[in-house]
Design a binder for this molecule. Structure first.
Ligand code: M6R
Length: 609
């Protein structure tokens, strides 16, 4: 959830740390702090607010240093203020720690430490860590950190500095991501690659239970129950440009506009027209298991959960395999009925979502094969699944997920095509799907040319409304959920998504002349039914904003605003119908002057429970 970074090397630590924090800010941005090793002490600054405020605070007063740590926070324990901001220190300010995760037994540890006269100043769970290190430090820093970690329950990514070992940082991981970048005479440890790749493409992914002692030209890794191991250095291909805004006002808009290109990447090399089938090398060893599964359970959270619902509809209708979709947070605490023929698929953009990860581990404990659909290469979920499919959406920085959603849906289309062909679709049916898939990127490009102006006008008209309803049926029901989620997340307008026909079972009571209702009414198999739902809204003076099929002149007469998308086959419609909803949410939030890329209370990667 939070962004953490540590630096040891030949360069000015402050500069590296502040730049890195800016790149990590999407992970949390309610307070920030920095700690640096100086000649005689640890220099510490913490502020409530964003990284820029921290940078301004230290501008004139910061000492020269080559070793330091920094943090950008998303509060879990304790309000966002200067004191609760990280780094946290021990009683004598000899150790400073930045922490990402949650220490679940911190109350017990705090009591234990207070009984030994340690003084706490913050309301955070994290503050126990420097005090534990202080308690156990006996001249050997690694040993003190190891012992402290053995007391911690919960999740942590830690970067630690100590006045007693001024030439190094200590890094530890359990359940929260940590990557160490190896430069020339320098190392940078951070919660993700975004803060590292401008320095180096050589990285070490720290694993759970590992603690690393990092000096400017040397790294030593200790793995719990194993001892010292040889660090595995990997080469990453991500470029800095990929994670920068490229001229757009916001990452969200950039990411919406990238969608045609992204989908080309998602399908590249994965379609075999001659055989009318998809090729998914990442799960090649599990294809038969999937084909013969008696049930597929898809687990995800948030937007990924909406993509999973679309995946459910696709797999059931194209391949005829029963599918259930679960929230990670529910699945992990249920007693799911699983057997050897169940296959679990976890879906996550970040690959770090704590609830999804816990569900993955729960499924594995039951001996079930678990496959992943992930975006971030090398993420924890990608590593812990038995096999998986990367969606190739590239780094998604905007907190509101957009391009990853489309790439996830497209991945489900490929998977459903593959399973469908292995079970019941003919070559010709497969080829029809492939042709439709291949048309989608160009159709999206065309829409991106013509939709923004129209949607800006609609957004300006409705930006001050307090409530919205989103309705859709079939494949477009999850799109309605996603449209409502996007609006809520970035514009703070209350919005609800429903299956259109459910409206009459309750939400219809909300409809009056002030209620905008976004209805996805494309010419699919249940078009006529949706028309009846629109009539019901009109009969109650509701305002209808319809997403409809190109050339549907009849519908245009009945609705207040009609946004047209081209024809495609029913399972692929969500790839087109969600675009206007993403743009609508974006422009409403932008017109309201809100911080689109960093909406309040949210974080890009939810690595706490
Ligand atoms: O990284 P994940 O796909 O696992 O994230 C799941 C949700 O936290 C995420 O989709 C969240 O709902 C987004 N903010 C939606 O825009």
């Amino acid at each position: 959830m939070c962004g953490i970074i540590g630096y040891v090397g030949k360069n000015d630590a402050t500069n590296v740390l502040i730049k890195g924090l800016h790149r990590l800010e999407y992970r949390g941005y309610d307070s920030a702090g920095i700690a640096l090793i100086t000649q005689n002490d640890i220099f510490l600054r913490k502020v409530a607010g964003r990284v820029n405020e921290l940078a301004q605070t230290i501008e004139v007063s910061v000492p020269q240093s080559n070793v330091g740590i920094a943090h950008t926070r998303w509060a879990t324990h304790g309000v966002p203020n200067d004191v609760n901001a990280h780094p946290h220190t021990d009683c004598k300010n000899r150790f400073a720690v930045v922490h990402n995760g949650i220490i679940e037994n911190y109350r017990t540890l705090k009591k234990f430490l207070e009984e030994k006269n340690h003084k706490f100043i913050s309301d955070t769970d994290s503050e126990v860590i420097p005090h534990l290190i202080e308690e156990f430090y006996n001249g050997d820093m690694m040993a003190a950190v190891k012992k402290s970690c053995s007391y911690l329950e919960g999740t942590y990514g830690l970067v630690i500095i100590s006045l007693d070992c001024p030439d190094r940082i200590i890094v530890a991981r359990m359940g929260s991501p940590l990557v160490i970048g190896k430069g020339k005479d320098e190392y940078i440890a951070a919660s993700d690659l975004a803060a590292i790749i401008s320095h180096t493409d050589q990285v070490i992914y720290l694993k759970d239970g590992e603690i690393a002692e990092v000096e400017k030209d040397h790294v030593k890794i200790d793995r719990r129950d194993v001892g010292l191991i040889t660090p595995e250095i990997e080469h990453v291909t991500l470029t800095l440009e990929q994670i920068e805004r490229g001229g757009y006002d916001h990452f969200m808009l950039k990411e919406i506009c990238e969608q045609p290109v992204i989908l080309r990447d998602t399908i590249r090399g994965r379609l075999n027209y001659d055989d009318g089938i998809a090729r998914l090398n990442g799960i090649a060893d599990y294809t038969e298991r999937l084909r013969d599964a008696d049930r597929i359970i898809i687990v995800a959270c948030g937007t990924s959960w909406h993509a999973a619902l679309i995946g459910e509809y696709m797999i059931e209708s194209l391949a005829g395999i029963p599918v259930e979709v679960e929230y990670g947070s529910e699945f992990r605490y249920r007693k799911p009925v699983l057997n050897k023929r169940t296959v679990c698929i976890v879906v996550s953009q970040s690959g770090e979502t704590a609830d999804t990860l816990a569900a993955l581990r729960e499924a594995k404990r039951h001996g079930v094969s678990v496959l992943g659909i992930c975006n971030v290469v090398g993420s924890t979920i990608a590593r812990e699944t038995d096999a998986g499919i990367y969606i190739h959406a590239g780094p998604e920085i905007g907190v509101a997920s957009t391009k990853a959603f489309l790439a996830q849906i497209m991945t489900f289309a490929l998977l459903s095509l593959l399973l469908g062909r292995l079970r019941r679709l003919s070559i010709d049916e497969g080829r029809i799907i492939i042709e439709a898939i291949k048309r989608i990127p160009d159709e999206l490009s065309d829409l991106l040319e013509c939709l923004p102006q129209q949607i800006k006008e609609i957004a300006m008209t409705f930006k001050d409304h307090k409530n919205f309803l989103y309705l859709g049926r079939g494949y477009n029901f999850p799109v309605a959920l996603e449209g409502a989620l996007k609006l809520k997340e970035i514009s703070y307008i209350h919005a609800e998504g429903y299956p259109a026909a459910e409206m009459k079972h309750g939400p219809i009571a909300l409809i009056d002349k002030d209620m905008p209702v976004v209805v996805i009414a494309i010419k699919d198999a249940i078009y006529d039914k949706v028309l009846s739902n629109i009539e019901e809204i009109r009969a109650r003076y509701g305002i209808v904003i319809a997403v409809c099929s190109e050339g549907d002149t009849d519908l245009k007469k009945y609705v207040d605003h009609a946004i047209c998308v081209p024809y495609t086959i029913d399972p692929l419609y969500p790839l087109l119908t969600v675009l206007p909803l993403q743009l609508l949410a974006y422009y409403i939030a932008d017109f309201k002057g809100l911080d689109v890329d960093k909406p309040r209370n949210l974080a890009k990667s939810v690595t706490v429970e």
